[in-house]
Design a protein around this ligand. Structure first.
Ligand SMILES: Cc1cc2nc3c(=O)[nH]c(=O)nc-3n(C[C@H](O)[C@H](O)[C@H](O)COP(=O)(O)OP(=O)(O)OC[C@H]3O[C@@H](n4cnc5c(N)ncnc54)[C@H](O)[C@@H]3O)c2cc1C
Length: 393
């Protein structure tokens, strides 16, 4: 039987951050992971360059049943705190649009940095460890059974992440342990994920696969202006991934294909200047020829623009600036970057991440019902929540 102060289950972003912090406080920490190496999702993140945080982070960048929950942790370990850590380790990085920060070289540097921190804090990281059960002891503390034997600890931290990318080692262990201790779950759902379309629509849009255009998309009060990409399965691109954080099955969302202009005014002007031009060609100037053609066919609005009176032009403008789409679903956990939902934050302390009714049990990172936007926010939540729990475990 191994005895230690703290067991962290999950050697990912949140788990390694928490473990190093607790280790620096003098706690004896053991990190367990069933995978063959730590930080697999960090390694694959940001196209291999890890978008590790964002220049600008605020609670509005997160989806959570209790929007206030994230405020405290984001304040106590900010994006600048993480940038300082990256600087101390001599990792070079660059900024892309929307304040996204990426490693210049490789995500491996972030994993190496976290493992170095764990090493300095005398944390032990043990991979290939499968946990079969967890039990709360009468005397306080927890006992875990694993394929590497039994382990006893005072504090148990679940940092097992979400369900996306099962190939990278995602499991529902964190959710199962939460339920074992009567914590509620917000139903997990694939997020930051492409949408699929009904076969009929897919057929209609099949010739558009590969086209990318900047649009504004709206869903349930959220609005994003970024690129939309037509794919052979449906719709993807950053704007779709962002909107998927707010979408639930069965709902529609809308797309403004002309976010930069007032389409109606522009069409009136075009009619004045090029009265004989085909509407599809005019729209195609901004949308690409193929997309304009497909949508003009779909909405039955073809012909020279001078045949369109104000009422019809108004209707055309509305179609193109408020295109309502009902996805058939998403591509699911296979391609989702994150899982929305998870351990309900109502049952957790926003200061310590400890379960309010289960002393010594902590949840951090993506396993909780906190989902960030695309752009480095999910890692920032892992760092912030991991750091906070690390001060108390
Ligand atoms: C392809 C891809 C790209 C991404 N890119 C970015 C990006 O650039 N920026 C960003 O902010 N976010 C990105 N994300 C999201 C980000 O990776 C996660 O939100 C983040 O890793 C969550 O940290 P975590 O520590 O909670 O979970 P993870 O980092 O997922 O760590 C969980 C750990 O728990 C272990 N584990 C799971 N189940 C068990 C079990 N039963 N027993 C033992 N161990 C277990 C896993 O092996 C894993 O090591 C990306 C995600 C994916 C899939």
């Amino acid at each position: 039987m191994v005895h230690t102060d703290v067991v962290v289950v999950g050697a990912g972003a949140a788990g390694l951050m928490c473990a190093a912090q607790a280790g620096y406080r003098g706690r004896q920490v053991l990190v367990l992971d069933h995978a063959n190496k730590p930080g697999k999702k960090i390694l694959m993140s940001g196209g291999g360059r890890c978008n590790f945080t964002n220049r600008s982070v605020s609670p509005e960048n997160f989806v959570c049943n209790n929007p206030h929950f994230v405020i405290s942790a984001l304040k106590r370990f900010t994006q600048q705190d993480f940038i300082d850590l990256v600087d101390r380790h001599g990792i070079d990085y660059h900024e892309r649009e929307w304040g996204q920060l990426f490693c210049n070289d490789s995500s491996k540097q972030i994993v190496r940095m976290l493992l170095t921190e764990c090493d300095w804090a005398q944390v032990k990281v043990q991979t290939r460890t499968q946990i079969s059960s967890v039990q709360k002891l009468q005397s306080g503390g927890y006992e875990l059974q694993s394929n590497q034997g039994s382990i006893r600890c005072q504090s148990l931290v679940l940092a097992t992440g979400g369900l996306s990318f099962p190939n990278a080692g995602a499991t529902d262990l964190g959710y199962r342990i939460a339920q074992q201790f009567s914590l509620e779950l917000v139903e997990p759902q694939a997020a930051l994920v492409p949408f699929t379309l009904q076969p009929k629509e897919l057929n209609r849009f099949s010739s558009l696969s590969g086209i990318a255009i900047e649009v504004e998309a709206q869903c349930n009060g959220a609005s994003f202006r970024e690129n939309l990409l037509f794919t052979h399965r449906g719709m993807s691109g950053p704007v779709i991934l962002q909107i998927s954080n707010y979408w639930s099955p069965g709902q529609t969302f809308s797309i403004n294909l002309f976010p930069k202009i007032n389409l109606y005014d522009w069409l009136l002007e075009q009619r004045k200047q090029h009265p004989k031009a085909e509407l599809r060609n005019i729209l195609g100037e901004m949308l690409t020829k193929r997309l304009a053609q497909v949508l003009c066919d779909l909405w039955d609005c073809d012909g020279p623009i001078n045949q369109f009176d104000e009422k019809r032009l108004k209707a055309v403008s509305e179609q193109f600036s408020c295109w309502k789409i009902k996805p058939s679903g998403t591509e699911g956990y296979r391609t989702a970057e994150v899982t929305r939902g998870g351990v309900n934050t109502d049952g957790l302390s926003s200061k310590t991440m400890e379960a309010k009714n289960v002393p010594g049990l902590y949840f951090i990172g993506e396993v909780m019902d906190v989902t960030g936007w695309l752009g480095g926010y999910n890692f920032q939540w892992a760092w912030s929540s991991g750091f906070c729990a690390g001060q108390f475990v």
